[in-house]
Design a protein around this ligand. Sequence first.
Ligand code: PLP
Length: 399
Amino acid sequence: MAFDPANAIQNLQFFGEFGGVNPSISDSSTYTFLAAKTMFDTFEGNADGCYLYSRHSTPSNLYLASALAAMENTEAALVTASGMGAITPVFLHLCEAGDHVVSSRTIYGGTYAFLKNFAPKFNLTTNFVDITNLELVEAAITPKTKILYCETVSNPLMEIADIKRLSAIAKKHGVKLVVDNTFSPLSVTPANLGADIVIHSLTKFINGSSDTVAGVLCTTRELVDDMCNVTDGAAMLMGSTLDSLRAASILKNLRTLHVRMPQHSKNALYFAQQFEADGVKVIYPGLGSHKSHEIYKSIMHPDYGFGGMLSIDVETEENASALMEAMQEKNVGYLAVSLGFYRTLFSASGSSTSSEIPEDEQAEMGLSPGLIRFSVGLDCNAETSYAKIREVMTAIGLI
Ligand code: PLP
């Protein structure tokens, strides 16, 4: 049977300490030992099943990590206190001063800012390229390149990374392919296509209730152990540890992800089709007009659809502001950043989540000041919701 990420999660069976159907939450920052020697062995990582200190590891974080590793079909995973808390240690662990990264130029603004402004302090440099142009990608790789970085569906331009081909390029040059899969959980399994490390901001669809900030990296057991090494592991030493209470609540929400994603995808496809029919410039990988529609179709698990994210371009910041304010007024959703909530969220990326990218570079990559990114909600009636959007677009003269 073909790999189904939702089944992989469901096939896990966890019990709580008192026979509960949810694993017990470990509500301690430190753990006791009957023998001093076991404490020493645990510190050295040689005492399986023992816990020492909650920055190192906790039962709740390990439960969540094992479910996410199952979902992404990797040997292991490491949960972190934010998506950025998963992203930054990957670069700092795999690269040394003088090394080089090739990254998609359309990525989350925080990741872009880290690579562009922060990493050079440690003499780690990055070439930002159009990830859909595989010749450019390969040409940018140098003998110093350690990482090829992209998002499966890019934020906010919805470019699709052809992970299979990118992985072939990465393998040819001995480079690690790191894929941020935040926009496409369940829809795409990057590790099955050759990605070495798969990252999520759990803050988004996976948790799905906009009440938590968290992240994960999914990869080999060896790399997770290395990154958690107490003497030189970047994840351990940067200290981006997820709290156990949050890990437990994210695990509970993860179990309904396979019910939520098809509804996000169905509503987003409906909105995208309506925007297109109304003559609004719309980017959604589920539309035949999307330049990488066929690539996405070839890599996705069809049951979960093309995802809940779409962007429209209303050309100017003024148009974008007027539309977003009017949509919020009509209760289409919220004028807010982030994604994966049960209500639709919208924001103008150029002046919010991508504002770290200088304006001239935004223009070069096609990020217009009028670009509005939608995280389409779980609306029970997308027709009614779109009717409100059409009404406000008509009222402010956009259609
Ligand atoms: N990756 C993507 C694609 C994102 O959209 C975000 C946040 O918006 C992040 C990573 C960073 O995640 P966090 O805010 O949880 O640190």
